[in-house]
Design a binder for this molecule. Structure first.
Ligand SMILES: CC(C)(COP(=O)(O)OP(=O)(O)OC[C@H]1O[C@@H](n2cnc3c(N)ncnc32)[C@H](O)[C@@H]1OP(=O)(O)O)[C@@H](O)C(=O)NCCC(=O)NCCS
Length: 166
């Protein structure tokens, strides 16, 4: 088995270039979600976009490090939808490293960190157009929370919100 992965804090000032590089490698998913390959605005959003009614201090950003290589990135919003929820806004693994249980190990680490911080529930929204991700999250123990269909104001994607009780 390979060395374990490490979740390392990312900052906009220091890691925007690394994040854009990773997002470009994972352009398959980014294009599915936002309709174009990742650009600077996508990375700005990754670092700064907040859920309704929360400020930027709620955001946590991690790089998934396998040795010196950043093979994934994650954004979490603390306090959405409830104060003791962690909302996983994005989890992206480089396609060259998918299917090697890295995602599983990342989720295990997120669960441990969230528990240590007194978080009660993990939540996230999956695109219904992304059935492999849905299968992944179900295998990690997440269950259906609610449907979040596209609205006239939204980006046009139907989503399913999943939850994991810690
Ligand atoms: C979903 C994702 C984070 C899982 O990470 P991972 O390291 O590939 O996951 P694991 O190796 O632990 O588990 C593999 C499982 O993930 C799922 N999976 C989803 N997309 C996958 C992909 N493109 N390639 C391989 N596995 C994928 C499958 O269920 C797969 O199981 P299978 O091999 O039996 O089909 C990762 O594949 C990814 O970044 N996908 C694109 C972005 C995305 O969909 N993010 C989630 C948004 S909610």
């Amino acid at each position: 088995m390979k060395d374990d992965i490490i979740l390392s804090t990312l900052t906009q000032a220091e890691h925007s270039i690394d994040a854009l590089d990773l997002a470009r490698r994972a352009a398959d998913y980014v294009t599915l979600e936002v309709g174009h390959i990742p650009d600077d605005a996508y990375i700005r959003d990754f670092f700064t976009a907040t859920p309704p009614d929360l400020g930027p201090e709620c955001l946590l950003h991690f790089g998934v490090m396998e040795g010196p290589a950043m093979v994934g990135m994650i954004c979490i919003a603390e306090g959405y939808e409830y104060p003791d929820d962690w909302w996983i806004g994005l989890m992206l693994i480089d396609p060259a490293f998918r299917g090697q249980r890295i995602g599983h190990r990342v989720v295990e680490k997120i669960k441990r960190r969230a528990t240590a911080r007194g978080i009660n529930m993990l939540k996230l929204a999956v695109l219904t157009a992304n059935p492999r991700a849905l299968k992944f999250w179900h295998r990690e123990g997440f269950v259906h929370h609610r449907d979040a269909p596209a609205t006239p104001q939204s980006d046009g994607h139907d989503r399913v919100v999943l939850k994991y009780q810690l």
